[in-house]
Design a protein around this ligand. Structure first.
Ligand code: TRP
Ligand code: SF4
Length: 352
């Protein structure tokens, strides 16, 4: 935060939010840039955009759930908020060689999840990068003033497709401020901390093109990078037990939860004597606190039961699974009904 100038998301800021969210209360969303601008719009009834994108490289999992929940939350804070959602099919091609037709299918599936998570289809503009001429034009315009040296300094030496994707992403983020979408406005991009290089680059670009387009530098909120279920720092498809997909079978999800990394002690005797370590435990932190248990009081009780050695990991995991199972079942039932709506939204871009 110090090195790159990310501001902490303080309690004073949290208090000004019209309604709270567990991800803010629990410090999962920990930092921001220029979020005050968006707060002022919320408080003053001004228009603002919430913008995000997802690389359609696979089914929804806990990581994409997090970004979507934030997107939906920040949209819910004012009736004047407008959502912009980019399907990053060009990036998926540049980065993962996924053909555009396959991205399309994945995007429908991803949108079904977002709708099931509560996205209001009337308040969002959805598009695919490959089909969005204004975004591609912006990327080209920006390419005029971004040098190879800058890109290499920000991203390291990478294939040129990734540099192009970065310019397209800058186009995504500034697209809501084009005249077609009502012109310059505060724009919030809720992302994982790993996306900060893109935010910094886009903020620089916005300043450079201020004369020409009137851009305000985009604001951002940042969430922490979470471990996978096995406790690895980074999710990887090479470690399938680490990733919980929102539409996977309950049986397979249950196995993953039971296999998850815990803060348990070496023996039951030791755990009764010393207590568990919830602050190290994926079941407690990532699964209950970040994702599945909204109730602060229940979460607090759970913490102390672990900490005091009253509960052991086997029983605790079974109990956690019943919470997760209930959530997944409900999500999957809702999701199954969303295919038509998701396809329509993707074809028509907006249903408003
Ligand atoms: N680069 C993002 C990712 O890796 C996807 C993305 C594309 C994005 N365009 C965006 C994120 C605009 C935020 C805003 O998932
Ligand atoms: Fe984690 Fe539960 Fe074990 Fe505590 S008892 S370490 S919360 S699995």
């Amino acid at each position: 935060m110090e090195q790159f100038g990310i501001q902490p998301l303080t309690e004073e800021i949290a208090k000004r939010l019209p309604h709270s969210h567990r991800l803010v209360r629990r410090g999962v969303i920990f930092g921001h840039r220029d979020f005050e601008l968006v707060l002022e719009a919320i408080e003053g009834g001004g228009e603002y955009a919430v913008m995000t994108g997802i690389k359609p490289s696979g089914d929804f999992h806990l990581g994409t759930k997090l970004t979507s929940e934030e997107f939906i939350y920040f949209l819910s804070l004012s009736p004047r908020a407008r959502g912009f959602f980019a399907i990053a099919d060009l990036e998926a091609y540049a980065d993962n060689k996924i053909p555009l037709e396959e991205s399309y299918r994945i995007a429908v599936s991803n949108l079904m999840d977002m709708l099931a998570l509560g996205l209001d289809p009337k308040r969002v503009y959805v598009y695919r990068q490959s089909q969005e001429m204004p975004v591609l034009k912006l990327a080209f315009i920006f390419s005029r003033s971004v040098t190879y040296n800058t890109l290499e300094a920000v991203y390291g030496p990478r294939p040129f497709g990734l540099y192009l994707s970065a310019l397209v992403q800058a186009g995504d983020i500034l697209n809501p401020q084009l005249p077609d979408h009502g012109g310059p406005k505060p724009t919030l991009v809720p992302v994982g901390a790993d996306q900060d290089p893109h935010i910094r680059l886009t903020r620089d670009i916005a300043k450079r093109y201020r004369e020409e387009f009137g851009f305000l530098p985009p604001a951002a909120t940042y969430h922490k990078l979470l471990r996978d279920l096995t406790g690895q720092a980074k999710m990887s498809k090479r470690n399938p037990m680490g990733i919980l997909y929102l539409n996977e079978s309950l049986e397979s999800a249950r196995k993953k939860v039971m296999y998850a990394f815990t803060g348990g002690r070496a023996t039951a005797e030791e755990q009764r004597r010393l207590g568990g370590e919830p602050e190290k435990c994926v079941i407690f932190l990532e699964l209950l606190s970040v994702h599945f248990l909204d109730d602060d009081k229940k979460l607090g009780e759970w913490y102390w039961e672990c900490k005091s050695g009253q509960i052991l990991c086997g029983e605790c995991k079974a109990r956690a699974w019943s919470v997760i199972e209930r959530w997944l079942k409900r999500h999957q039932e809702r999701r199954a009904k969303m295919r038509d709506l998701a396809e329509r939204l993707l074809e028509e871009k907006t249903l408003a």
